[in-house]
Design a protein. Sequence first.
Length: 422
Amino acid sequence: MRAGTGSSKLNIGTVPNQHNSPPLKLPTFNDLKGQFKRTSTRARSKAKREGDLDDIHADTYELDALFVSSSVVPGRRGRQVGKGSTATIKIMYRRGMRKDLYAVKEFRKRSQDENENDYENKIKSEFTIAKSLQHPNIVASACLCTHRGRWIHTMEYCGQGDLFSLLKYSHLKTEDKLCFFKQLLQGVAHLHSRGIAHRDIKPENLLLDDKGHLKITDFGVAVVFRGPHPGMRAAYYDCAQDPDEIRKCAPGISGSLPYIAPEVLSKDAEYDPRPLDVWSCAIVCFTLFICGTPWQAADLKDSKYGRFLTGWERFLQERPDGVVDSLNYPRCGMVFKALPTPVLRRLLLRMLHPDPVKRLNIFGALNDRWVRTIDCCCPDPENPPWEIQCSDATRMGSYRLANGKHNHFPPNKKGIFQSLGI
């Protein structure tokens, strides 16, 4: 986004008598900085909330210069392993390294009624956000490429598919599900610590590598709610923006309906995207344990959500402070009894508080004493495991490090290339 260029002259007044008048006080840098903020920040903040990013920078490369086809059919750019409304996913090798597989996301063509600059900046925004994130629970991006007029995002290949597909096997144990849940919290916590919200957390956007590590992908609707956008030149932000300011999102729906928080579905006000991600994580946890979502939409038209909201309303009448503890918590329907432990029920209730301001944030969830005891096969470098001397996530009387190794895959399940004998 370009800095505003509107002139705002400094009125330093006239000096009729230089000998009798007080010394002229020239404006300081802070004065100029403050005036620049007043004249430009409001308009820019509005533009950022509306996703108007017109100066995203990303280095681009020609696809064929870096990657070669993994297809056995001559002339094909790679084996297709996924397809969505905005892109297709294929597999390619890094040139000169036949053992290094990469997922290649080829974006759809620009529609005729779509502005070319807006279209390109949306793609560059998605790539630069993803590229800026380096965490074991986030898919690593490689580079942004072009090929015959198409934009292509190359990234780490996760050969075990997505979490949604894995749940169809119905083989996961409680410890597997809790491990996935903790890995999800770790990844989202890293996002929020970098000032980024995903806004479309769902099982289809959670991939698995060959080690069973869960990785967040698809940053197509992600937003930067704090600090500079990774794809913008830092100089633009030096004077115009408070680095700690939380930017809200304009009203409107983004994401998949069963995972969207009620304040977003209402579409009647700007919203903080962080509580949306927390809500979505809680719904994904439900999906792990009940192989479905607790409701189709967080709307009063949905009877299941209505029962959930009624439970919260009764609880808040009895306890206006809304504090959930081991003895006092909302009774929100039978679906919560499908969860394996009372402590998990209470945690998800805190993550699903109807009021986003009072909803547990992602760091509170990840650092919950019970969550810290969940065995996780993918250590978080930002939140190392700690030794416990109390009940752990699945059993009592544990005195071990909360960091284990799991085999999350069903018997005989292999990656796509192993199953094809390649």
